[in-house]
Ligand binder design. Structure first.
Ligand code: NDP
Length: 326
């Protein structure tokens, strides 16, 4: 029996046909972005019959983007959701089982390893963690409405669409400086808007941004709302010192106020670094035997679909080797 997943229209088979709670799986992959699905592709082709626990909105961060132009192989680019739907169909073709549920708990001290969802408990000889990371957002109504229509949290992904335009970058850390500098390759003017008068960014990154003639700074200012109906047209700003409200015309808004890895489940299960990312110890191994990591959940540095996919491939190959050695 099939049911349709409401978020993107992908046909989903029901739990009974997809995953066996009593069975011992060779590998369970948690997450269904480029990292998880590439791991699933390699694991399925290696006949490991992977079970992918995809979450209820499968596809990861690319489901929120519009056109992806930097994933190799698509001459004209591809829409983020189309790319992810293709990846899902591709792994299903090779027999990967996909369960559209959320993992509620894991036990990596147990043997076999245990992964729990609302429908039951799944056992596995190995697990690949690929739950990704999420950009922090301001939480404003206009920001949510215009995501993918001028509001972005990834300059590398979307900067190209702002050739000759004026954009703003929110944040005062290294990411804000780096994204602003990058955006000057395309935009005519980039305004960094920061809520304080002091910066969190390192001196060298700040000085580089300050030296860039295309970058302007608006300090002690918070974004009160993003203006525009179907595309970004401007910002409403509130001065944090005086309380004065003003408006600013822009064509694009880039958030650079940090990311958070989806590691809430993993506390006490695998070692995390000081920022909460999974510690990658040896190739794609984690501190828990049989547990591997792929993509943004273990990579605060590159955070690209193609690097996540590459790491997914590596994790599946490492799992294959681990299972053979066992
Ligand atoms: P950071 O946490 O360093 O900085 C986040 C910035 O966003 C801060 O200035 C913070 O303001 C601001 N901010 C946070 N929440 C809000 C909010 N709700 N409204 C407005 N502003 C907000 O994150 P980054 O992503 O910049 O950097 C993460 C790490 O990655 C850092 O360790 C950084 O050094 C590193 N990095 C290194 C790079 C490099 O070396 N090339 C490039 C990019 C990142 P406030 O200062 O007031 O707290």
């Amino acid at each position: 029996m099939d049911q349709t997943n409401g978020t993107n229209g992908i046909k989903v088979a029901t739990t009974e046909t997809q995953a066996e709670t009593g069975a011992l799986h060779k590998v369970i992959i948690i997450g269904s972005g480029p990292a998880g699905l590439t791991a699933a592709l390699y694991a399925a082709r290696a006949e490991l019959r992977p079970l992918v626990i995809a979450g209820i909105t499968p596809g990861g961060q690319l489901m929120m983007t519009t056109e992806v132009e930097n994933f190799p192989g698509f001459i004209q680019g591809i829409m983020g959701p189309d790319l992810m739907n293709n990846m899902i169909k591709q792994v299903e073709r090779f027999g990967a089982k996909i369960l559209y549920e959320i993992v509620s708990a894991v036990n990596f001290a147990a043997r076999p390893l245990v992964v729990k969802t609302e429908s039951g408990e799944y056992s596995a000889q190995s697990v690949i963690l690929a739950m990704g990371a999420e950009a922090n957002w301001l939480g404003l109504p206009g920001e949510q409405r215009l995501r993918g229509k001028g509001v972005s949290a990834c300059a590398t992904c979307d900067g190209f669409f702002f050739k000759g335009k004026e954009v703003a970058v929110i944040g005062g850390g290294d990411s804000a400086m780096e994204e602003a500098n990058f955006l000057t390759k395309y935009a005519n003017k980039v305004t960094i808007i920061h809520r304080r008068g002091e910066f969190k960014a390192s001196k060298i990154m700040l000085e580089r941004a300050q030296a860039n003639p295309k970058i302007a700074f608006v300090l002690n200012s918070e974004v009160a709302d993003v203006l525009g109906e179907n595309k970004v047209e401007g910002l409403r700003l509130k001065n944090t010192a005086s309380g004065d409200v003003s408006e600013m015309k822009i064509d694009g808004l880039f958030l650079a106020i940090g990311h958070h890895p989806n590691t809430g489940l993993l506390k006490g299960q695998v070692e995390l670094d000081e920022r909460g990312y999974v510690k990658v110890l040896n190739n794609t191994r984690t501190s828990a035997e049989g547990v591997f990591v792929a993509g943004d959940i273990g990579d605060p540095r590159y955070r690209q679909a193609v690097t996540a996919a590459g790491m997914g491939c590596m994790a599946a190959l490492d799992v294959e080797k681990f299972l053979t050695e066992k």
